[in-house]
Write a protein that binds this ligand. Sequence first.
Ligand SMILES: Nc1nc2c(c(=O)[nH]1)N[C@H]1C(S)=C(S)[C@@H](COP(=O)(O)O)O[C@H]1N2
Ligand SMILES: [Mo]
Length: 329
Amino acid sequence: MLIKTIHNWELPEASATPEDVFWNRRQILQGMGLGAATIGAGALGISDAFGAADPTLDLYPAKRNETYKLDRPITAEKLNLEYNNFYEFGSTKRIAEAAQALPIRPWEIKIDGMVEKEFTIGIDELIRKIGIEERLYRHRCVEAWSMTVPWSGFAMSKLVDLAQPTSAAKFIRMETFHNPEIAPGQKPPLFSWSNKLPWPYVEGVSMAEARNELSFLVTGAYGKPVAKQMGAPLRLALPWKYGFKSIKSIVRFSFTDKQPVSFWETILPNEYGFYANVNPAVNHPRWSQASERVLGTNERVPTLLYNGYHEQVAKLYVNLGLPPHVLYR
Ligand SMILES: Nc1nc2c(c(=O)[nH]1)N[C@H]1C(S)=C(S)[C@@H](COP(=O)(O)O)O[C@H]1N2
Ligand SMILES: [Mo]
């Protein structure tokens, strides 16, 4: 019997530099028939695959919350729409076209586990019930590139309030959709390395992190409903953590007393931890986190502790007594 093991070099997010896997990715792209990817109107977030208007369109653009300021210009929308990590749709940055296959209505979100009463709610009802605002946030991938994004959405604390967790709940475990029929990355035979990938994509936060003012559930970007390749219709934005924590296209929030094990942590437990807070002084086992490449200008700038959000989040970690390799990886 042939047992396939996953090698680090086969995993884009685990590579020493994104460029290192260029050839590997190119082979995968060719395998998918997407060698010369072109970006159509749908992929640019202008309309969905069938041209149907988003049911929440009237809520955009949302009023900006001026509390959150940037020290650099907003990343061009076009760049953000064409440079994504969304492994369900392929292991390159050019997944925008493939992601248009994701049906985002109807979209039900399940709230379960340690809550007063489990329930399921449709995305449009959820958005209208809570309401949305705009925030300008930094976004830093562990691959050492960064962006700045005008997100729309609502504080995660508002979803927690709606869910009514019991006092036993200590963490929230989140799940992305699972549908290999439309997401080729979830289909075992296509990529050799996907044989053992633990789909669906899972992420988690502690209750204290979920209630922190910065934790933001994203429904829109650039003044309109968020594009599919960026995680429509609901994704997370945790700007002080590496990008992989910001799970896309969420279908489930489970309140639990057990620390969730994420998608990447399951695959490479020595490299991806639960906290994954940005820290320029704590390197990933195989590459430096000291600086980052700003997408758009390609300028290399020093990375900041907690990605510049020290003031809002440092208090979450001071009394945990956890070592750097646990908090910052
Ligand atoms: N479901 C899901 N969520 C995901 C990912 C993914 O592959 N699948 N990639 C993560 C990573 S590694 C990053 S850096 C960000 C990328 O978000 P962006 O494409 O909007 O820049 O999404 C995160 N959320
Ligand atoms: Mo990432």
